[in-house]
Design a protein around this ligand. Structure first.
Ligand code: FES
Length: 146
């Protein structure tokens, strides 16, 4: 697991229509993938992504509903535009744009999230670790840093 890329996975709580997919994400996600479930992709502040990057994520996946199926109307379109711009900014400061991946899921996309995560992990493995922006000192086990 140590040599596997660390991936932050932001998932809209509505986007996985198949209960098996949600169950897989909730309980069988590989250890190198850190799940952050959100009520809508429209609620993902770019600072959340920056926090993941500074915390050492080698890649970031954002999965949400198709724009026309977002529970909050155009919430995810606005998020997509904002996060696209933000990933360009991250690219500018050294975090390759290929490290941020969007997945928009529909009713018939049963099993797709597993394939998307596996493909993305392979892509990030090819790119190698993204260490340059991992600036935050991880907390010591069992308490705050001195
Ligand atoms: Fe899923 Fe908005 S409710 S992206």
């Amino acid at each position: 697991m140590d040599n596997k890329p660390k991936i932050a996975f932001f998932q809209c709580q509505w986007c996985l229509y198949a209960p098996e997919d949600q169950e897989w994400v909730d309980s069988r996600l590989p250890e190198n993938i850190h799940l952050i479930k959100v009520p809508c992709t429209g609620r993902i502040d770019p600072l959340f992504v920056l926090n993941a990057v500074q915390g050492g994520a080698d890649g970031v996946v954002i999965s949400g509903c198709l724009p026309e199926k977002c529970h909050f109307k155009e919430g995810n379109l606005a998020a997509r535009r904002q996060l696209d711009s933000f990933s360009s900014f991250l690219d500018y400061i050294g975090y390759d744009q290929e490290r941020v991946h969007f997945v928009w899921l529909d009713l018939q996309d049963r099993g797709r999230i597993q394939r998307e995560l596996a493909d993305f992990e392979s892509q990030i493995s090819r790119l190698g670790p993204a260490e340059s922006l991992a600036t935050r000192v991880p907390l010591k086990e069992g308490g705050a840093n001195d």
